[in-house]
Design a protein around this ligand. Sequence first.
Ligand code: ATP
Ligand code: MG
Length: 203
Amino acid sequence: MRKKLRLGIMGGTFDPIHYGHLVAAEEALVQFNLDRVVFMPTGIPVRKTHRSVTSAEHRYLMTVIATASNPDFEVSRMEVDRPGATYTVDTMLALRAQHGASAELYFITGADAVWEILTWKDSERLADVCTFIAATRPGYDLSRFEQDEVARHINVEFMEVPALAISSTDIRDRIGSRRPVRYLLPEAVAAYIAKNDLYRSGV
Ligand code: ATP
Ligand code: MG
């Protein structure tokens, strides 16, 4: 019998992608014995309307550049190409249809984002389709998950990653105020940002 496919999905705005995302994906790949991780840049983000998000094409290309050297990483255009607002549950259902009922889908996310997910559209349906892998930094307090009634009913696995202090917001701020971003994200992504003059006017 063919082995069940174990697929990780790393969804994000990736504005820009950074080492926090890459470290989390690699850690999930190894700790959960995944066959590969699909990076899924969002199209029009439904939850980030307070600032103008960089075009989907730039975010998609930066994600391709950042993941190009890893044979177990790939990037999907599914959300980028879908018109209108994107909902993670629709993406997961599409992946489920594409890979069949036996595939195991793992949605990789920061631990704090799991709390947000509980308030998303159709979060219960989402939890039926996939297992969450939540990245925490060493020493993260898991007790609120253990105590939370809703959280107890969704499948969440935790893993520790070392690079959690990096965020896209901080990188955009740094570029806007001409501070360094070297060692926070792949050099080729930093070069792409400079070449296309992204984030220079602040956020
Ligand atoms: P922003 O600052 O704009 O919110 P971000 O750095 O949080 O950006 P996103 O694209 O929003 O990046 O994140 C995509 C996914 O990666 C989310 O699930 C988020 O929790 C997770 N993530 C973000 N930064 C890290 C990090 N440093 N380590 C592990 N996971 C991260
Ligand atoms: Mg974020």
